[in-house]
Write a protein of this length. Structure first.
Length: 252
């Protein structure tokens, strides 16, 4: 990955951090951002890199402890949590500054006459895609096997859900019946939101139907027939597979 793309990815993390209003591992929006940070650092620096290890040492990498037991403890925990958040933001800014110190890169950016995001993002949508989906779909897509790339993406989603259900129930299911079992709002195996609220139950119900619908309407037809698909529609479907994989990561 070239330096300009690295700068874009890191700057995106900073931009997203400005939207974080609740710095708590129990907050879904914060958890989504935290997971994005981890995936981005793995992509940029590698799974065994000092940069990733520094992030994993921060206290908000772990799920927040119950804070209602002791108000004094809660206050101290919050201070530590906020401090770690600021440390990470500062580290990301330092990574960007180090990359920008490369005079050649600065000159390349200036010579484009365009914002870096405008120059790079349209040509590499894989930046936005979940790593597991990228691993099974990218090569097929880039070889113009668009239908196969989409099928592989949704097979990966199905396989991931199947493993979770198997581990928890020892029951082997597949397809729509698997998704209904896994995400049922009445007795879910994979919980996506707070089921004690109407909103949470709606989220659970809605994603159950999206997961099942994607398998029925996208994976199954391509698995059973030789269907051709163009590049742009394939991207749209791959984005959906990435969203579903990200929701699995965000499960409670």
């Amino acid at each position: 990955m070239n330096t300009k793309k690295k700068i874009i990815l890191l700057q995106r993390l900073l931009d997203q951090s400005n939207e974080i209003t609740v710095r708590d591992s129990n907050d879904p929006k914060f958890t989504t951002w935290k997971n994005t940070v981890e995936r981005t650092l793995i992509r940029l620096f590698g799974p065994d890199s000092p940069e990733l290890k520094q992030f994993q040492k921060l206290r908000f990498f772990y799920r927040a402890m119950v804070m209602s037991l002791d108000s004094d403890y809660s206050h101290k925990h919050r201070e530590c949590f906020d401090c770690d958040f600021d440390i990470l933001i500062s580290s990301i800014k330092n990574y960007i500054d180090e990359l920008k110190q490369d005079d050649e890169v600065e000159e390349q950016i200036e010579d484009t006459g365009l914002d870096v995001k405008e120059k790079v993002l349209p040509n590499d949508f894989w930046i936005d895609i979940h790593p597991k989906i990228t691993s099974v779909a990218k090569r097929r897509y880039e070889n113009a096997h668009y239908s196969d790339a989409v099928l592989s993406a949704f097979r990966e989603v199905n396989s991931c859900v199947k493993k979770i259900v198997m581990n928890k129930t020892a029951e082997e299911l597949d397809g729509a019946s698997l998704m209904h079992k896994a995400f049922s709002p009445n007795n879910p195996i994979i919980v996506l939101d707070d089921l004690s609220t109407d909103s949470g139950r709606n989220v659970q119900q809605g994603y159950m139907e999206i997961f099942a619908g994607a398998i029925i309407g996208i994976r199954n037809p391509k698995a059973h027939e030789n269907m051709d698909i163009e590049a742009i529609p394939a991207k749209h479907r791959i984005y959906l597979a990435s969203l579903l994989m990200t929701k699995i990561d965000e499960r409670i």
